[in-house]
Structure formats: C-alpha cells, structure tokens
Design a protein around this ligand. Sequence first.
Ligand code: HEM
Length: 189
Amino acid sequence: MNQPSITPYDLPSRAFHWLTAIVVTIAFILGPEHFGQMMHRGIDPASQSDIVWHESLGLLVLLLTLLRLLWVALRPAAPQIPMSISMHRMALLMRVALWTLLLALPITALLALGRDAHPLTLLGGVRINEMPMIANLAIAKLVDWGDVHKFLGDAIMVLAGLHAAAALFHHLVLKDGVLSTMLPGKKFR
Ligand code: HEM
C-alpha cells in the first residue's frame, strides 16, 4: 500500500505507547470481580495472585503514565498529520480522555483501598495494610471509589477499542500514514 511517509513518533514515545497498551490490557483482564465479597469473607488479597498482579500492573501504569507525561514535555515535536479540523478535534478529545483515564484509574483504586482500609498487596510481598493519609481525605468519603474504578476500567477498554478502530480507519480507508507513525520498527528521522 502506498501511503504518504510522515516522520514517525520518536522511539521512547512508541515504546511508552505499546507498553502502556499491553499493561492496561493485562490489568483489565485480571480485574478482581468479587473483591468486596472476598474482603467481607476475610480472604487475604495477598493470597490471590490475580489481585496482586492487577494492583502491581495498575501501579506500573501510573508510573509509565507519569514518566510518559515528562517525556511528552521534553521530546521532539510529535508528527504533524494533515487532517480536517473536525478530525483533529476528535483525535484531541480521545487523547485527553485516554490520558485522564490512565491517571484516574490508579488514583480511584488507591482512594477505594484507602477509604475502606483494605490492604494494597503487590508483587514481591509488598503490602500496605492501611493508607490513613488517603482515608482521611474528604474526597475519599464522597463516593464508592471501587464502583467508580470499575466503571472507568470498562470505559478505558471501550475508548481504547475506538482508538484502535480509528487508527485502522486511517490506515485502510484514508490511507494517510497515521498508523505507521506509531508502529515499531520505523526509523526516527
Ligand atoms: C490501568 C490500570 C487499571 C485498570 C485498567 C483496572 C481495571 C479494573 C477493572 C475492569 C476492575 C473491575 C473488575 C470486575 O468487576 O470484573 C477493577 C477492579 C479493581 N481494581 Fe483495578 N484497574 C487498574 C488499576 C488498579 C490499581 C493501580 C489498583 C490498586 C492500587 C487496582 C485495584 C483494584 C481493586 C481493589 C478492584 C476491586 C474494586 C471493587 O470491587 O471495589 N486497580 N480494576
């Protein structure tokens, strides 16, 4: 397929993108379904490998997102892709929504655990039984953050699906080279 060649994203930006996509997908698959019931029955979350992996990968998403934000501020300019104004606006809206969810997901999880005094259990036996700094925040009592977290977890997968569908539309229908700017194996010029 003969697509216009646009300078691709720099290598760290592409690495952050695909690593985040993989880690978020695995964290979503491992999302603990009956967490509240388990806590109620006195089951130790550290004994449940899906919970331990979910929480560890979820915090990795937070770390990756903060590092990526830093990189966005320092990196070379992102590729300029010629598009209609409405398409530009939609792409910007989607980007803002995805960035917001990447930050909101780990934050709502920490608010949920802190509010209900449930332990944070991570790989390597790391365990924080209570987070009083979070529990004492006025915002912690506002809503059931576990429910908000679950809703946002579903929302990020729906948006990521739409985002992927849009990339395929650019590649297969508009043939404007957008997808290739984020693919691995492209040389950064
Ligand atoms: C991008 C990262 C994350 C995604 C996509 C995600 C996604 C999800 C989803 C979809 C569920 C609901 C599972 C279900 O009902 O079947 C869930 C539940 C949960 N997640 Fe996450 N999560 C992320 C990060 C985190 C982090 C960082 C933590 C811990 C610090 C965490 C702790 C929990 C807990 C404790 C529940 C159970 C909530 C409840 O039932 O009240 N998650 N997550």
